[in-house]
Design a protein around this ligand. Sequence first.
Ligand code: MG
Ligand code: MG
Length: 277
Amino acid sequence: MFQSSDKKEIYYKTDEEVELIREACILNCQTIAYVGSLIKPGLTGKFLDEKAEEFIRDHNAVPAFKGYGANPFPNTLTISVNEQVVHGIPSNREFLDTDIVSVDCGVMLNGYFGDAAYTYAMPNISSSVMKLLQVTKLSLYKGIEQAIVGKRIGDIGFAIFELCEKQNKFGVVRDLIGHGLGKNLHEDPDVPNHGKRGNGVVLRKNLVIAIEPMINMGTKDVYSTGDGWTIITKDRKPSAHYEHTIAVRPNKAEILSDHSFIEEAEKKNENILAVTI
Ligand code: MG
Ligand code: MG
């Protein structure tokens, strides 16, 4: 997400740089986990956003989204509820027990960026919405399975699309995509959530990319609301978003953004449901 306008050449990282990105990613996931330990019906996105910013700054890092873009994003987290797909501005609306809440966070630590997102489930969501979350989360791992040396960018999108749209009839958002990252929050290449097998950029060792399926219960079509940031589904049906930052390796991609922090917090929090796949 956050489309970049000043794309550069693809830059393959050194092993040292991959380690620095991993450190940023771990702090980033610990931030999303901290949010996951607090989140419950009745809280607001604004409250969680303040907590997340405090947490990041206490760890000598900088929120990556705050001030981003030509129309500077005002907050640390993007919090996108229900029909909001991504880029939701944290607000004073209290979460309902039937909401799904997508939390996207980025940090910059020691000059390198980490990016990840997770959709949390409030306790009384319907089974069909839970299925949307499970399929979206599973599709992220199907995409990651393809991110190995010698495959192509199109293989990642193909795997996500097959599971979400072909098999489960969910809408795969086309207008927003994953991306490379490193010293910049957004670098080449683009990483769409649909694609043709064997098409696109060849994946080489130490290419670092964010894979981030944004999957809608209904239509794939989305639009931008009047605040200049929030993207919502055209039919107002719910949308889910899971994201990892990974490094391409020969036989198995290396996940740099460890979601286990998030999943532990999610399991311990009795006020939400765990999204298990
Ligand atoms: Mg991203
Ligand atoms: Mg993100």
